[in-house]
Design a protein around this ligand. Structure first.
Ligand code: CAA
Length: 413
């Protein structure tokens, strides 16, 4: 019998502050239409130094575990996908392991390849369970990052911060993965990178968009070939339309729309149909509205969270439509600059709606404080080792409080 593997519980952690994108555009002398319609952004999370990658990861992981009902003693693996770690040697996962008091008999490590790092962790967890090495234990996969390009840069409106944690088990109450059915695509490109010692990412913005589109074409075609061979998708017409929804990596919401039109173009051209850009302005955009837009609710209000961005999209989609999507197949595309990528899929579990509602994403957003552009700029100028004492709205708060003898310290309550 086929083994079921997938996401049993989800946890989300976001900074307590955000800026409004219309206000940010006006402060930069830019027409707000560029940020709101042009990029698809409404609000952007602002992390203060106390809300570092470890603090966000630990908080999301704690929430996922609490929501799962699975005791920590049942964990055998903890992987953190991140590209904004806090130490050259000690992984974020090691801090999370300690902060949550997890068992000693575990694999604990970080995975890195830009925004693909979280998917690398998820795939490692799935392979670990499928191989039998898990021996009935669960894996905790956390994606945590702070996206930072700098004040006044073209990338500024595409920043953000947050963490998504996923408990991966053989009893997936939220999302069951199509194990072994995926398409991958990688190339050595300099579209986005962050040299050692720099806090801000270097990016060739428009080229990075093209690299993403090239990757989604190749990865999607790989997934489609396997999905058809193994009869995961059946029927006639465009293969992408056999998926009820598709979640893409979301560096900014408009990118998901570009990616979706590209996937449709692959389907149309591979079927020998000529590419008709003006017809796709109607059909493609209608398909985007139905298949993709419902996944962008959280992304538009938090911004890019790098490794967690795809899973923030999935969380937002399920928060909005889980009950209606029970039993339906969803496509997922993960992109990490540099670059590597993977298109894969899975099926929404019955009862996922109840699970997601219990995660209370809406309450997390509502508890945030809107700050002025001047306050955001003040926070951006702070050195990374200068934590503020935040006004906390959450009882399960974890935060970075300083460095003693080269050791990072965290307060948890
Ligand atoms: N009203 C409505 N729309 C407007 C407008 C207005 N007044 N003014 C401009 N626009 C539209 C433009 O037409 C454009 O839309 P299209 O792309 O559909 O043509 C959109 O707003 C953006 O305008 P520009 O292309 O002129 O914006 P820009 O040159 O300032 O930069 C960017 C955009 C390249 C995305 C930049 O923000 C950036 O470098 N971001 C970081 C890199 C990034 O996110 N890359 C994505 C792929 S890489 C990846 O996915 C990995 C990752 O996470 C980083």
């Amino acid at each position: 019998m086929k083994q079921r593997i997938g996401i049993h519980a989800l946890g989300l952690a976001i900074p307590r502050r955000y800026v409004d994108m219309e206000e940010l555009a006006r402060a930069r002398g830019i027409d707000p239409g560029k940020y709101i319609q042009g990029l698809g952004a409404r609000e952007m999370a602002v992390a203060e130094p106390g809300e570092d990658t470890v603090a966000l990861a630990a908080q999301a992981a704690r929430r996922a575990l609490a929501a799962s009902g699975v005791p920590a003693s049942k964990l055998g693996m903890l992987v953190v996908g991140t590209e904004t770690g806090v130490d050259h040697s000690k992984p974020v996962a090691s801090f999370v392991h300690g902060l949550l008091g997890l068992p000693q008999a575990m694999r604990v490590y970080d995975t890195q390849h830009a925004c693909y790092g979280g998917t690398a962790g998820l795939m490692a967890a799935v392979d670990w369970i499928a191989s039998g090495a898990a021996d009935g234990r669960a894996a905790l996969v956390v994606c945590s990052d702070i996206a930072r390009y700098g004040v006044g840069t073209a990338g500024e409106p595409t920043q953000g911060a947050g963490a998504v944690a996923m408990l991966v088990t053989t009893d997936p109450a939220i999302f069951e993965l199509d194990v072994g059915i995926s398409g991958t695509a990688s190339s050595h490109v300099h579209d986005f990178w962050r040299p050692l010692g720099l806090r801000e990412a270097q990016v060739d913005g428009h080229y990075s968009v093209q690299c993403y589109l090239d990757a989604v074409s190749a990865a999607y075609r790989g997934w489609r070939t396997r999905a058809i061979q193994r009869e995961v998708i059946r029927g006639v017409g465009m293969a992408s339309e056999r998926l009820a929804r598709i979640c893409y990596h979301v560096p900014f919401c408009k990118m998901a729309r570009k990616a979706h039109l590209q996937v449709r173009r692959c389907d149309l051209e591979d079927a020998g149909a000529p590419w008709d850009a003006s017809a796709e302005e109607t059909r493609g955009v209608a398909s985007f509205r139905e298949q993709v837009e419902p996944s962008l609710g959280l992304c538009a209000r938090i911004g890019n969270i790098y490794t967690g961005s795809l899973y923030l999209g999935l969380a937002g989609l399920l928060d909005a439509q889980a009950s209606a999507l029970a039993g339906e197949r969803i496509g997922l595309f993960s992109y990490g600059s540099g670059c590597t990528s993977e298109f894969f899929s899975g099926v929404v579990a019955r009862g996922a709606g109840y699970r997601i509602a219990a995660a209370r994403f809406g309450e997390l957003l509502a508890a945030r404080e809107r700050i002025s552009v001047a306050e955001y700029e003040r926070i951006m100028a702070l050195p990374p080792t200068a934590p503020l004492v935040p006004r906390s709205a959450n009882a399960d708060d974890i935060r970075f409080v300083g460095v003693t003898d080269h050791r990072r310290q965290y307060a948890s309550r």
